[in-house]
Design a protein around this ligand. Structure first.
Ligand code: DOR
Ligand code: ZN
Length: 344
């Protein structure tokens, strides 16, 4: 039995780092294990221009510990007023790696997102022409659609028409949670999907059975067990169209444990240990590296990392929380102690 596993240093293709004191508290957690992360732009106010992305990147770099080896890759928040020329120029200057589409109202800080897909057509066309990837939060926001159906309905009514209208656009279906999403990615070209750590571990029972557990509430909400199995199949299959985007999304406990709690699981600290455990349990430990370190870089057309990360077969508890000036942020509890830990 392998007791040490050394893999190419991983990347996180979907990460929330926030800003200010929260950024300072959480950035070192990602920098410890990951070489690069695609940083989400849903700040308040959102990161909508190349100049704002560049300034945010500077704030992230300033928040990192000395001697870090971590590169934040920036994304722009797409609005109906986004200027295609600004997107193209930010991309060509190397300021941004991708553009993020939030349907308005879909999740945390998404009020400035897109209501009318026709209005973003010129930006999408410019992106397709330049090869700029579009990251998509794939949920409809229509109040009449059941929250557990919102991803599947989005794929049919918004994503597929959008892709057909903009041939050649490279799309990442972020944090896929359904077999409909997995099947759609498998059946089409120019599309990949990120999968989070927590969606590989929890189903909706974890949130709701035997008491409500706000720390497991995120968006898209975890679905039923058969859907979790579909995600696990995709992640451990070796298919390069599926790769890690943790969607690690810190909120202070007081904002999670509230009558209307925020969506998000904070997984930056223990994702790699949990994933090693889950992949081994599935008999796919040798495919962990592809999922965490190779497939994403290939889809984004970037070189793989030259550094490595070593995992050791040793169960170790990760800290249950990290402290911020807004109080503690609870680290995602997978419900088991991983058999692996990262060698620090
Ligand atoms: O659970 C989530 N939290 N899903 C998202 O899409 C946003 C994120 C956040 O920013 O807190
Ligand atoms: Zn997210």
């Amino acid at each position: 039995m392998t007791d040490r596993l050394t893999i190419t240093r991983p990347d996180d293709w979907h990460l929330h780092l926030r800003d200010g004191a929260m950024l300072a508290a959480v950035a070192p957690e990602s920098a410890r294990h990951f070489a690069r992360a695609l940083v989400m732009p849903n700040l308040v106010p959102p990161v909508v221009t190349g100049a704002q992305a560049s300034a945010y990147r500077d704030r992230i770099l300033a928040a990192l510990p000395a001697g870090h080896d971590f590169t934040p890759l920036m994304s722009l928040y797409l609005t109906e007023a986004t200027d295609p020329a600004d997107v193209v120029s930010a991309y060509n200057q190397g300021i941004i790696t991708a553009v993020k589409l939030y349907p308005a109202g879909a999740t945390t800080n998404s009020a400035s997102g897109v209501r009318d897909m026709d209005r973003i057509r010129p930006v999408l066309e410019a992106m397709a022409e330049q090869g700029i990837p579009l990251c998509v939060h794939g949920e409809v926001t229509d109040a009449s659609v059941d929250i557990f159906d919102r991803e599947a309905v989005f794929i049919e009514t918004a994503l597929d028409p959008l892709r057909r209208a903009t041939p050649g656009l490279r799309v990442i279906l972020e944090h896929v949670t359904t077999s409909e999403g997995v099947d759609y990615v498998r059946a089409n070209d120019n599309i990949a999907a990120t999968i989070t750590t927590h969606h590989l571990v929890i189903n909706r029972n974890h949130i709701l059975a035997g008491g409500i557990r706000p720390h497991y509430y995120c968006l898209p909400v975890a679905k039923r067990e058969t859907q979790r199995q579909a995600l696990l199949d995709a992640a451990t299959s070796g298919d390069p169209r599926f790769f890690l985007g943790t969607d690690s999304a810190p909120h202070p406990d007081k904002a999670k444990l509230a009558p209307c709690g925020c969506a998000g699981c904070f997984t930056a600290s223990n994702s790699m240990a949990i994933l090693a455990h889950v992949f081994e349990q599935t008999g796919a430990l040798e495919r962990l590296e592809g999922f965490t370190s190779l497939h994403g870089a290939a889809f984004y057309g970037m070189a793989r990392n030259t550094g490595t990360l070593t995992l050791i077969r040793e169960s170790a508890d990760t800290p249950r929380q990290i402290d911020t000036i807004d109080g503690p942020v609870t680290v995602f509890d997978p419900g088991f102690t991983p058999d692996w830990r990262v060698a620090e």
